[in-house]
Design a protein around this ligand. Structure first.
Ligand SMILES: [Zn+2]
Length: 307
């Protein structure tokens, strides 16, 4: 059965600080007409109403988060956790008004945004939802980091990370994004950082809003999490990478039907992967989105190209 596009039932606001800028911002999510997509609007820019569609080809920076911008240098940074929540709540159309240069970090996860969207309510619209079906493997790598999209019956995310840190070490995950998996298994995973990097980042003008309230911080020795409350999931680190990737891939402009496989990948590779996908016209097609099929799904084996 095909499904319809969705937007918010009513507008809803929140305020907070940006993880990197430390800037205090107010953000309002508003309903939008069918086929609008997700559009950011910087309300603090003189003249007002500068609009930035949340699209892969408007990504201007991927260093420690995903930033979109236009030719005039108007930017919105760290959009990935909000985009991930919008994907998870199946919101196709929304205008995100924001009074500063960066989405508020909230608690470092996507859960507060999911809560806001659920408070606002979700409204079905009179237009069919389209999905982006991956029809051919697309692969990108940078040294030992890689990211791939492969044909698969539902959107699935497989991720592996490895850090020289006892607290993280090697972690992997595989999630099929069906039946509320995003809400139960992914959306609460927080962003993370290392105490040893904090001074370096701050000198570079980054992580100015970061604290134990909105990030998991691994201590100097690399073996301990400094947050008193501990972790939300045993493998919260790799789950957060899955959360990031879901938000980054939602910049495709439609939900993806296919398997994402990331090996030590991050925002930069995720964006390059989308650029490569859209450059290969036979690698995808737009199809009416459908309810996820029931049953188990085979995960394609690693291909020679990926090995
Ligand atoms: Zn993140």
């Amino acid at each position: 059965m095909s499904i319809s596009q969705k937007t918010l039932r009513s507008e809803i606001s929140c305020s907070g600080i940006g993880l990197h800028s430390g800037a205090h911002v107010t953000m309002t999510m508003r309903p939008a007409a069918p086929d609008t997509g997700i559009v950011f609007r910087r309300t603090d820019i003189v003249g007002g109403g500068v609009e930035l569609p949340a699209r892969w080809d408007l990504v201007t920076d991927t260093m420690l988060g995903t930033t979109i911008g236009n030719a005039d240098g108007v930017r919105v940074a760290t959009i990935e956790h909000l985009m991930s929540a919008l994907y998870g709540c199946e919101i196709d159309n929304a205008v995100i008004e924001i009074s500063g240069p960066e989405v508020p970090v909230m608690d470092g996860s996507a859960a507060p945004f999911v809560f806001l969207i659920e408070c606002a309510g979700v409204q079905a619209q009179d237009a069919p939802r389209m999905a982006l079906e991956v029809t051919k493997p697309v692969h990108i790598h940078d040294g030992d980091r890689s990211a791939s999209l492969l044909p698969a019956p539902v959107f699935s995310v497989e991720y592996e990370i490895h850090f020289e840190s006892e607290a993280i070490s090697r972690q992997s995950c595989l999630f099929h994004l069906v039946n509320g998996t995003f809400k139960t298994d992914i959306c609460r995973a927080r962003t993370f950082g290392f105490e040893r990097d904090v001074n370096k980042l701050r000198e570079a003008g980054l992580a100015l809003g970061g604290s134990l309230k909105n990030a998991v911080v691994v201590g100097m020795g690399g073996d301990k999490v400094l947050n008193e409350e501990g972790l939300r999931y045993e493998d919260e680190f790799v789950r957060h990478k899955a959360l990031d990737c879901i938000g980054d891939l939602y910049l495709a402009g439609a939900p993806i039907r296919g398997l994402y496989r990331g090996l030590y990948a991050g925002h930069a590779l995720n964006n390059q992967l989308l650029r490569k996908l859209f450059a290969e016209k036979d690698a995808f097609r737009l199809v009416p989105a459908e309810e996820a099929p029931h049953g188990a799904w085979d995960v394609p084996p690693l291909s020679v190209a990926e090995a």
